[in-house]
Design a protein around this ligand. Structure first.
Ligand code: ADP
Ligand code: ZN
Ligand code: ZN
Length: 805
């Protein structure tokens, strides 16, 4: 008897282990590890992942698998393994880890069909399938089930003659194009043409299209164009049995309508050559090693990635390139597509569910060798990985902020170790954690200190905005920035203006009494949106109309503070009426493709100034940009986050890197209220190393990473007293269980003490070595499990948190 051990889709502590099920005889060789099945669980039926197949079980009276869900494993053995590891590292449920690795199309209940692939020859199918497919090219899953042909179908899927497709809703359905082909042998074609009656010249012309290559397929549009015939003529030929129709899947390729100019490898600079050497060695020797490529902006890191990948592909292996969602711009994608063409799959959140599924299937079917994608692309189901690259490795978006709370860097290193291949982390401003590891020799440091062709890093000017105010300038542009803006306009150069949105909302404040309008459900001020005069809460979605007078003192001197991009745009048109401004923020880029349109238009010189938020900080490479302005550098500096200085330095360095990347040299103006802060001052000197030293001292002083590891436990509940008392109990428990060198801080209220009418408290654990950590945290979840299910209590545990809010 065969038994499958299965992780069921019931995310709870008690069910977070494999359960044994009998495999019905008819599916005995069909069920494989990594496949999804449906099993009876208590009174219901649930989905489950098959972990392994075995002969014996310690339990008797096993239930049987009720239905199959896949016919090919949706997770490879390696990914199953990775799921177990994720579970341990992030304390998530096994089933959540497995689900996180699959594209959304596979998670929902979509209809499934089994159909012939292009390479299928019906005559060669085994008898049992021949009758099924005799008159059609596809059948649905239910029918296959009824006919009991799963085993035969599975064999054909493995051969590549059949495929199982998840039909993603109407919109996401595979697109198929109708093609026409000659329905006979080559020798019969000439004869058929001669047999066409003389008055049917158009039919003749259509058939003649196939003379050169009788295997060739045309769309009817092509035939019409080639011969000047019509759809009716083609229809006649089909009805006569001379032409046959075939339907071929065309992938929903989001980049299909774009042309990629083919690029060839550039001759590397000396620095690039020195950096790529060790990477190529580890590829050659199939050796796992983690590299930290620390290269200033414009030093040619991407070219090093491209040439490293080339070597990996030459060895017949595959590669994953992770880039932050925000810099997954068409410009970036083009660089990979331009070099490797159709070998590249692209995965990012801008794609529809169906498009993502198509890209994923290209990986699964081994039609591509390289995936460029955001965080979750680290789970690409390649089986012969030769390299993982993480660009802008310091980006916090590599950490998932919901369950499973994994960091893509850790997952990448874990996978690469299994595949014995290198990981390349790249950044101009590495995270302190990574740079410290490189200093200790855990990672291999590959420095690129100079820009390609020795172009100078841009000159950075810091402007003290307090001085501006004292000298009577109340505008949001300093005298110096305005002067330079004008100068660029005269020269016909372009400018990028950056407004840091994070931690800087446009709030509404009464100038008489100082009252700030708050969300009634969250302890946070509402953000003013010009459109519809609305005020919105960015945490719970609450909105209201902006008031005309102060709700507190009735004064009419209520005004909108902060500088949203819209306000900057307005003021720009006031002071520089002749400037053509492009604004890029969530409002102007919400429509699909808008992001790209704006960038293309800026690249074509259709605007003088590109004004935007975080989304313009990275990856952009425009030769004509010679000025970068940062309107307020310190907005992020005062957030209650120990990484505030690091994030500020990284962002300012990134933004500055947009200037003068090509022949024209660049300049940067940074406006700030705290010019003396080291994170801002050292940007001026482009001195990452000095920043690193200073920041490391601070971290050491306050026992923060990379000197200590962190874990944060967040507790939330609608009642304050309950929230506090649960957090107190947790702290008490931690104190009793963890070692004496571990620090336990709290309970304290969270930086945002209330969201959506739920109070929030937290405690923080700082540790170096703590052998009891995981077991203790698991016990805490176990202890409060019931209250979490019944009493609306939420406890979340974040190991190595990136976001302290
Ligand atoms: P980074 O990723 O480090 O910011 P890029 O890879 O974008 O740097 O390189 C900056 C510019 O230099 C790009 O326009 C790139 O095409 C060019 N470049 C890179 N390497 C070379 C090289 N070896 N020779 C000439 N140009 C190069
Ligand atoms: Zn709210
Ligand atoms: Zn007031």
């Amino acid at each position: 008897m065969s038994i499958a051990s299965i992780i069921v889709d019931v995310p709870a502590m008690q069910t977070d282990r494999p359960f044994d099920y009998k495999i019905p005889e008819k599916w005995e060789e069909v069920v494989k590890p990594g496949m999804r099945v449906v099993v009876p669980f208590g009174p219901r039926k649930v989905q489950g992942f098959v972990l392994e197949i075995k002969e014996h079980s310690e339990h008797n009276r096993l239930k049987s698998i009720a239905e199959l869900f896949d016919l090919t494993p949706s997770l490879t053995p390696e990914l199953l393994h990775l799921g177990n590891w994720l579970t341990e590292k992030t304390l998530c449920f096994k089933v959540s880890a497995f689900q996180a690795m699959l594209p959304a199309a596979l998670k929902a209940k979509y209809e499934k069909i089994i159909r012939l692939t292009e390479s299928c020859i019906k005559e060669d199918l085994p008898e049992i399938l021949k009758s099924t497919f005799v008159s059609n090219d596809q059948i649905d899953w239910k029918e296959a089930e009824q006919r009991g042909i799963f085993k035969a179908v599975q064999k054909e899927i493995e051969k590549g003659t059949l495929e199982l497709i998840y039909q993603v809703s109407q919109k996401g359905k595979q697109k198929k194009a109708r093609y026409l082909a000659w329905n006979g042998s080559a020798s019969e074609l000439q004869e058929a043409i001669e047999n066409i009656p003389p008055n049917a010249g158009k039919q003749k012309a259509v058939l003649e299209c196939f003379l050169e290559n009788t295997e060739k397929r045309y769309t009817s549009k092509e035939l019409v164009l080639l011969t000047g015939s019509s759809d009716a003529v083609i229809r006649t030929l089909v009805n006569k049995g001379l032409l046959k129709e075939t339907y071929i899947e065309i992938y929903r390729d989001p980049y299909a309508d774009r042309e990629f100019r083919k690029t060839s490898p550039l001759e590397l600079t000396d620095e690039q050559t020195a950096a790529i050497g060790p990477i190529l060695n580890s590829v050659e020797e199939n050796r796992h090693e983690v590299f930290l490529m620390y290269g200033v902006t414009g030093s040619g890191k991407t070219e090093v990635y491209l040439q490293s990948i080339e070597q990996v592909l030459n060895k017949g292996k595959e590669a994953i390139v992770l880039v932050p969602e925000i810099s997954l711009t068409p410009q970036m994608v083009n660089r990979f597509k331009g070099r490797f063409g159709s070998l590249v799959a692209v995965l990012h959140s801008g794609l529809s569910i169906g498009e993502k599924y198509d890209e994923w299937r290209k990986i699964q079917r081994k039609e591509v060798k390289l995936v460029v994608g955001a965080r979750s692309a680290v789970f690409a189901p390649f089986e012969n990985l030769g390299m993982i690259i993480i660009d802008e490795e310091h980006e916090t978006s590599y950490k998932q902020e919901e369950n499973p709370r994994y960091h893509a860097r850790d997952a990448a290193i874990y996978r690469a170790e299994k595949h014995q291949c290198p990981v390349v982390l790249g950044s101009a401003t590495p995270s302190l954690e990574s740079f410290a590891r490189a200093q200790k020799g855990v990672y291999t440091l590959l420095p690129l200190a100079e820009r390609v062709n020795k172009r100078a890093l841009p000159n950075v000017e810091l402007v003290d905005m307090r001085e501006e105010l004292r000298s009577g300038n109340r505008s949001m542009f300093s005298v110096s920035l305005l002067e330079k803006l004008k100068n660029r306009l005269e020269k016909g150069h372009q400018t990028v203006l950056f407004l840091n949105k994070r931690g800087y909302s446009s709030f509404v404040m009464c100038r008489d009494c100082g009252y700030v309008i708050q969300c009634p459900h969250c302890d946070i001020s509402l953000t003013y949106h010009r459109k519809g005069q609305a005020m919105k809460c960015h945490y719970c979605g609450y909105d209201q109309l902006a008031p005309n007078s102060c709700p507190e003192c009735k004064s009419e001197h209520i005004r909108f503070f902060g500088t949203g991009t819209q306000r900057v745009e307005e003021e720009l048109t006031n002071v520089l009426p002749e400037a053509r401004v492009l604004r890029m923020d969530v409002d102007t880029t919400s429509r699909k493709g808008a992001h790209e349109k704006l960038l293309t238009s800026f690249g074509n010189g259709e605007a003088d100034i590109l004004l935007g938020t975080q989304m313009i900080a990275k990856g952009l490479d425009f030769p004509n940009v010679t000025l970068v302005g940062v309107l307020a550098a310190d907005t992020m500096l005062h957030l209650p986050d120990f990484r505030a200085a690091e994030k500020t330095f990284q962002l300012l360095t990134q933004v500055s890197g947009r200037a003068g990347r090509h022949e024209l040299s660049g300049e940067v103006v940074i406006q700030t209220y705290t010019p003396g802060h080291y994170s801002i001052e050292l940007t001026k000197q482009h001195d990452y190393q000095a920043f690193y030293q200073t920041e490391m001292m601070n971290r050491k002083l306050h026992s923060y990473p990379p000197f200590y590891y962190l874990a944060v436990i967040n507790v939330s509940h609608p009642e304050l007293t309950k929230t506090v008392s649960v957090t107190e109990k947790i702290v008490h428990y931690l104190n009793g269980s963890l070692g004496k060198d571990t620090m336990i801080l709290g309970p304290v209220s969270s930086p945002i003490p209330r969201i959506n009418n739920r109070y929030r408290y937290q405690c923080m654990i700082k540790y170096k070595r703590e052998k009891n950590l995981y077991s203790t945290l698991k016990q805490i979840i176990d202890r409060f499990q019931q209250e979490m299910q019944q009493d609306d209590l939420l406890i979340s545990i974040d190991l190595n948190p990136q976001n302290m809010m």
